[in-house]
Write a protein that binds this ligand. Structure first.
Ligand SMILES: [Zn+2]
Length: 244
């Protein structure tokens, strides 16, 4: 089998991340949890973050979750630097992964992330089966999100998930049945990476999984990873260190 990596990442630091971590443990998977300090009311306590760090990776996700490309560089720098310092205090270990809120990154923000000492930064780019060529612009494969349609009153928003996926179906040589449901798509992508080698990067938000009722779907997809016992199961930083 060609080298095959499985990684997962989870944004925002909601308390339901503990449920996610239990699921990952159950299926022998690793996760990077990107925690924002001041974003959610129902957020992980510092003790819970420290507990999570013992089993998985903790990454920074700023303090207040701003769009880093829209604020002044001094404030952006503080969000990037201080969130790392805070999490290093909380976990007692080095924080090496960062995720810019909503994937908002440009060359100036990328520079601030590098300057702050991070080794890897994850974007929100989807449908990639590799790591790209920049460890501070790490793409992903699949987001835990309603598919093929999103529940929305706006027709345009409703069709957005399938619309975004369609161009990748021929490029990634996915079977058409993959468009049937979110688990079908996620598992087709997993099977494809197993064939050609590369990275399957699953990401999401525990609060969104709860909101859209996707826990059972997620568990089905995590269970499918058991077909591939030889795949390397890694955190985002471990992935970057292994490949770059
Ligand atoms: Zn976020």
């Amino acid at each position: 089998m060609k080298p095959f990596w499985i990684t997962t990442s989870w944004d925002d630091g909601h308390r339901l991340d503990l449920r996610l971590a239990d699921l990952l443990d159950q299926y022998d998977l690793r996760g990077t949890f990107y925690v924002a300090r001041d974003l959610l009311d129902e957020r992980l306590s510092e003790a819970e973050i420290a507990g999570l760090a013992a089993r998985h990776e903790i990454g920074a996700h700023t303090l207040t979750h701003p769009g880093l490309t829209e604020i002044d560089p001094g404030t952006a720098r503080r969000e990037i630097v201080d969130s790392r310092a805070w999490l290093q205090d909380v976990t007692g270990s080095a924080i090496t992964a960062f995720c810019p809120p909503r994937g908002a990154i440009n060359p100036a923000v990328r520079h601030l992330i590098a300057d702050a000492g991070y080794e890897v930064a994850r974007t929100v780019e989807l449908y990639r089966l590799d790591v790209g060529d920049d460890r501070l612009m790490l793409p992903t494969t699949i987001n835990v999100y309603p598919f093929p349609l999103r529940p929305s009153s706006s027709i345009r928003a409703r069709f957005q998930p399938i619309q975004r996926a369609l161009p990748h179906v021929p490029t990634l040589r996915l079977p058409l049945w993959a468009l049937r449901s979110w688990p079908a798509l996620a598992i087709a992508l997993l099977d494809r990476v197993a064939q050609i080698g590369g990275v399957w990067h699953l990401w999401g938000h525990s609060w969104e999984i709860e909101h859209h009722g996707l826990w059972a779907d997620l568990e089905r997809v995590l269970a499918a990873t058991r077909r591939y016992p030889d795949a390397h199961r890694v955190t985002n930083t471990e992935l970057a260190r292994a490949i770059f």
